[in-house]
Ligand binder design. Structure first.
Ligand SMILES: CC(C)(COP(=O)(O)OP(=O)(O)OC[C@H]1O[C@@H](n2cnc3c(N)ncnc32)[C@H](O)[C@@H]1OP(=O)(O)O)[C@@H](O)C(=O)NCCC(=O)NCCS
Length: 169
């Protein structure tokens, strides 16, 4: 049985474990520094829950993935989407992504944005398969631009990153 719902407070530490495990996927593609990136704190995750901006995907009572969203340039921005690799490649990431987009549509938003690695299979190409398109420079709003600059300052090579957007029909 698969369900998607808000995380409970006692599950937030599990989300950090998922993030560490999902991050390790980047070691295989020469982006080991991503794997070392500290996941969001329990406090930060609790803030997302309080803002109704976090979801978990649960399989047979086990939390195996999560998403958190922000408001960026007045639109819904997918800040993080992670599925534990032990449960990867079964469509759970896609299901969570669809849920986020459905909620954004219900909330009256016209699109969802994100930043990701352009060429890593489970990043840019994965999102492209789910209707996301790389944004051109002039389409990138001031807050998203700031976020991108912040990522670059944190050591993410901007040439490898893309801002993507999915229009919600
Ligand atoms: C992105 C992510 C959430 C996808 O979760 P998922 O449950 O595996 O998603 P799906 O099963 O719907 O689709 C995964 C697709 O990604 C690609 N993919 C995933 N793992 C892969 C791997 N090890 N090698 C190559 N392609 C891979 C494939 O295209 C795969 O589809 P396929 O299995 O039909 O070939 C998950 O891979 C993850 O947590 N990654 C690390 C964190 C991350 O990069 N998050 C997104 C950017 S913030």
């Amino acid at each position: 049985v698969i369900s998607i719902r808000a995380p409970r407070p006692d599950e937030l530490e599990r989300l950090r474990d998922i993030e560490w495990a999902a991050g390790a996927m980047f070691i295989d593609v020469g982006l080991g520094h991503i794997a070392e990136h500290e996941p969001a704190s329990v406090e930060t995750l609790a803030d997302y829950v309080a803002a109704d901006a976090a979801y978990v995907i649960v399989v047979d009572d086990q939390v195996v993935g999560y998403s958190v969203t922000d408001m960026v340039d007045g639109t819904m921005h997918l800040e993080q989407l992670s599925v534990h690799p032990d449960h990867g490649r079964r469509g759970l990431g896609a299901a969570l992504l669809e849920h986020v987009c459905d909620e954004a549509r219900r909330g009256g938003f016209h699109d969802v944005t994100l930043t990701t690695f352009r060429d890593v299979a489970w990043n840019g190409p994965f999102y492209a398969r789910h209707g996301f398109v790389v944004m051109t420079d002039d389409e990138i709003g001031p807050e998203l631009r700031e976020l991108r600059d912040h990522e670059a300052a944190a050591g993410l090579d901007p040439d490898l990153r893309a801002c993507m957007r999915r229009a919600l029909g």
